[in-house]
Design a binder for this molecule. Structure first.
Ligand code: PAF
Length: 295
């Protein structure tokens, strides 16, 4: 059974003793709970390289804008603790809102060229909220390494830059996206999808494979590829809207001509659920995928 902490002071004391007296290294997996196999992968990566693994479970209100799904975001602490127990997590930190934010923070964080584009354009204030909670959690947990999924690629890049600019002594470790057997990227929000919506949601993954095929056939112009991806996704019955399809280099700078290692990033509304996904160009080749086969 993992040790459960709800108070900042208690967790700080525990970590301080473990690091100073035990000489232990600490791996940290920040989450908003409702854990799935994507989180298991983060936890396993942490356990492989650190003496102690801490998982935080906290639905951070600061990163949700008015009208978003903060209230309905799935929560089940008991289930999350059982998953952590199965994965032999050492510590779960599950603070209350009052513990995290006795007062609404006045801090605002933005990172030029990173926080106001893509997700930032459609979810103003989102990354400021993410950066605030991540910094706060890093200050509490003081981890040697912290694990972030590539599923939220822009978040990963924002956190990497945050840590670099502020000289935070935590190594950020990127962990590949976990997909189900049909290619849907795992996300706690998949729970919102009806069976029919889920079928339409598979178009995201399939659009990446379509793009790979087009690229293989010599179509490397980003504008053409973006249009092909968007048209393909919009053909699916439950897809309501595409917020964006963008192709960038690994540092999120838009490209005109795509090459291996660039990223396709997109956000799509399927029914009332907003899904994000991304793809590293060249991955279909690396993993031997072909269109429609999934994995
Ligand atoms: O990726 C998430 O689950 C959240 O954005 C994070 C990093 C836990 C911050 O609330």
């Amino acid at each position: 059974m993992p040790k459960l902490f709800t108070k900042i002071r208690d967790l700080r004391n525990y970590i301080k003793t473990a690091k100073q007296d035990g000489g232990y290294t600490v791996g940290f997996v920040p989450t908003m709970g409702y854990l799935h196999d994507g989180h298991r992968r983060l936890i396993k990566s942490s356990k492989a390289h650190n003496d102690i693994t801490v998982v935080s479970i906290y639905v951070n209100p600061l990163q949700f804008a008015e009208g978003e799904d903060y209230e309905r975001y799935p929560r089940d602490l008991e289930r999350d603790i059982s998953l952590c127990e199965e994965e032999l997590v050492d510590v779960v930190f599950a603070p209350s809102d009052e513990e995290m934010y006795p007062e609404r923070p006045l801090l605002r964080i933005s990172i030029e060229g990173l926080t106001e584009v893509l997700e930032g354009q459609f979810r103003p204030g989102h990354f400021s909220g993410v950066c605030t909670v991540v910094l706060k959690l890093f200050n509490i947990v003081n981890p040697n390494r912290a694990y972030f999924g590539e599923k939220d690629y822009q978040q990963l890049k924002v956190v990497e830059r945050l840590v670099k600019d502020l000289s935070i002594p935590t190594e950020i470790v990127a962990v590949p996206t976990v997909r189900d057997e049909e290619g849907l990227a795992l996300s706690s929000r998949n729970l919102y999808l009806s069976p029919e919506e889920r079928r339409s949601a598979l178009s995201l993954y399939r659009s990446f494979l379509l793009a790979e095929t087009l690229i293989k056939n010599g179509n490397t112009e980003a504008s053409l590829l973006k249009k092909a991806i968007e048209d393909f996704i919009l053909k699916h019955p439950k897809v309501r809207k595409v917020d964006y399809v963008e192709i960038t280099d690994p540092e999120l700078r838009p490209v005109q001509q795509v090459k291996e290692g660039d990223r396709i990033l997109l956000a799509v509304w399927v029914g009332n659920t907003r899904l994000i996904d991304n793809w590293r160009i060249g991955d279909a080749k690396v993993r031997g995928h072909t269109q429609g086969r999934g994995f």
